[in-house]
Design a protein around this ligand. Structure first.
Ligand code: FE2
Length: 619
């Protein structure tokens, strides 16, 4: 740019420089020159020091403010050497006294431009180093959170920008959002400069775009981040008050950006893969737990916890169909009948019949519930053709669930369906076992008209005592089964002895007394009956050791056997027998109390006698 108010001198200077192959602009005043430079920056200005209007010194100050890296050679002549020195002090690259010969002009111009390109080379090297640094950062961190922050700061420093921003491009929504920024705050990006619009434009055109802000001379660079031909975002740089992004810088910026895009993509994939591994582990853990659960309530609770963990949903709900009725459980637990609970129930039931995963609530929800259920995703709990229920998750943010969530929720629901199938198979087997031992006990009781219903009644008394003693539920069930079968060994005793009206001979008594051992023997090879065997064998042992068949005493007699002994005795006393009539409950209590510590465990007997036994009579 040649700025000279003397037309002839300006023309000559321009012609000389054009003769050397430079592209030259010419202005006749400082104001005109600044206007032209605002539209297009230049590398070098040759400025007359004595211009009317804006003088040379003032013009120099304006140029340096607008484009600090533009070089200025001042043309002196009418002024003094002091002016030239002052101009150099204020940032001029050199001075040329008038009148000058063409050779002096071209020599000085070439020298200033050479020095300028050397300093550019330095910047180029610094920016090349940024690429290496980026590779180093990537090698060090695969952390999706720290990489963007480190990379954006590196870009800002290396490309001498005042602000830098990395935006991510969301293809589905066709918009960009800020991933990381460095330098001045976003709000100061520019009044007339629309960050998103410019970044989107660079993504659309798939090339680096440069722009300058009118009035402030701020310069901007927008570089799309592209991986495998797919735009992933943009890197945006701003230099407050310039200088312009020169060609070599933009070349490097493009290389830097392609590395950055690849780094971000790699980190993203790594993060996604680790997350998937963690989620798969979570799914496997939940599935294992589901397989271990023995009832539908535990499956519900496992499902709610698992669905929350693998999808990050705030609210989870399960509906299970039990005998044609829906049973709903939610996490967090909701007030039954509340608006939200009702809305969730309606939503769940409306999609319950659907075989495929559903992602939209199809019923009108009250305001409160709608806010909570901006996103909805459900998966049927089904195995082959049987549907056990529905699993659903809700989130208060829109589009909260993706394809991965659908896949994971479906997998979880199908594991739950297997769990449910196990539970119902277990329930069927238990029912079968229960029916079987009940039939056997009826058979035992039927050996004698006086003992009809005896086994079931003993089970009731034994169960009540076991509960009163505070035993765990598993053990109570076991004791009840043992009580039901306690006399099964009597099937091996001749009918004639069992129904003998008079007293038994010693020989006959020995035969009857063998029934506990016979009972235990009958089931000794049945793996699932092992736990009730001690009750069958020892229900005639005495606390003081004088019972049979083994004569063991005290706590050596299994707890269940001691309980069944008490229950057995009570029912025998209050029932008619072939050799005597039934006693009253009070008489029976008296006899049991007398035998506590002798025949019976004294502590158990005490607890037993406190129970309202009359209310337990079944026949
Ligand atoms: Fe017995």
């Amino acid at each position: 740019m040649v700025v000279d108010h003397d037309l002839e001198s300006g023309r000559q200077t321009t012609a000389t420089l054009e003769g050397e192959g430079y592209i030259v602009r010419r202005a006749e005043s400082g104001i005109a020159a600044l206007k032209m430079m605002r539209e297009e920056p230049v590398d070098l200005v040759l400025a007359d020091m004595t211009m009317p209007g804006m003088d040379g010194m003032q013009f120099l100050a304006n140029v340096k403010e607008m484009h600090p890296d533009t070089d200025v050679i001042v043309l002196t002549g009418y002024g003094t050497i002091e002016d030239a020195v002052e101009a150099m002090r204020r940032g001029a690259a050199d001075f040329l006294p008038r009148p000058y010969r063409p050779r002096e002009l071209t020599r000085l111009t070439a020298s200033v431009l050479r020095a300028r390109s050397a300093s550019r080379e330095e910047a180029f090297q610094a920016q090349s180093a940024a690429l290496l640094e980026l590779a180093y950062i990537l090698a060090r961190t695969a952390d999706i959170h720290s990489l963007p922050a480190q990379a954006v700061e590196l870009a800002r420093e290396s490309f001498d920008a005042d602000s830098a921003i990395i935006l991510t491009y969301e293809e589905a929504l066709s918009r960009v959002t800020v991933l990381a920024h460095a330098g001045r705050m976003l709000a100061s990006w520019g009044k007339s400069e629309d960050l998103s619009a410019q970044a989107m434009e660079s993504i659309r055109q798939r090339r680096l775009l440069l722009s300058a802000e009118v009035g402030s001379s701020n310069c901007y660079a927008y570089v799309p981040l592209i991986v495998a031909d797919r735009p992933r975002g943009a890197l945006c740089l701003r230099r407050d008050g310039g200088p312009w992004f020169h060609e070599k810088t933009t070349e490097l910026l493009e290389i830097f950006s392609s590395h950055l895009a690849l780094s971000l993509e790699t980190t993203h994939l790594y993060h996604q893969a680790s997350q998937q591994v963690a989620e798969m582990e979570e799914l496997i853990t939940v599935s294992h737990e589901l397989a271990l659960d023995a009832d539908s309530e535990s499956i519900c609770q496992q499902l709610l916890a698992g669905a929350g963990r693998i999808t990050g949903a705030q609210t989870c709900a399960v509906v299970l169909w039990k005998d044609g009725h829906p049973i709903m459980r939610t996490s967090p637990e909701l007030q039954p009948g509340s608006l939200v609970e009702q809305a969730i129930r309606d939503t769940m039931l409306s999609v319950s019949g659907q075989a495929a995963p559903s992602s939209r609530a199809s019923v009108a929800m009250p305001h409160e519930a709608r806010r909570m259920a901006q996103s909805f995703l459900s998966a049927p709990i089904q195995l082959t053709d049987h549907t056990y229920g529905l699993l659903a998750v809700f989130s208060d943010s829109p589009n909260a669930f993706g394809v991965d969530d659908t896949r994971r929720l479906t997998a979880l629901a199908s594991h739950a369906a297997s769990g449910m199938a196990n539970v119902s198979a277990l329930e069927r087997v238990s029912a079968m076992y229960f029916d079987t031992i009940e039939s056997i006990s009826t058979l035992v009781d039927a050996t004698n008209e006086y003992t009809l219903g005896h086994s079931r009644q003993v089970r009731t008394y034994a169960g009540a005592l076991a509960r009163a003693l505070g035993l765990p539920q598993d053990e109570i069930c076991l004791i009840e089964d043992g009580a039901l079968l306690h006399d099964i060994g009597k099937l091996c005793i001749p009918q004639s002895i069992l129904s003998k009206p008079g007293p038994l001979t010693a020989e006959e008594f020995a035969i009857v007394a063998s029934h506990p051992a016979h009972g235990a023997n009958m089931f000794k090879d049945a793996p699932h009956m092992q736990e009730v065997l001690p009750i069958l064998r020892h229900h005639h042992e005495f606390w003081d050791g004088s019972g049979y068949p083994d004569g063991i005493a005290g706590t050596a007699i299994p707890v269940g056997a001691r309980i069944v002994a008490l229950a057995d005795m009570l029912d025998a006393l209050v029932s008619n027998r072939i050799y005597r009539s039934a006693l009253s409950f009070d008489q029976a209590r008296g006899m049991i109390a007398e035998r506590a510590g002798g025949q019976f465990d004294p502590e158990q007997a005490k607890v037993f006698l406190e129970i309202d036994l009359e209310s337990l009579v079944e026949y």
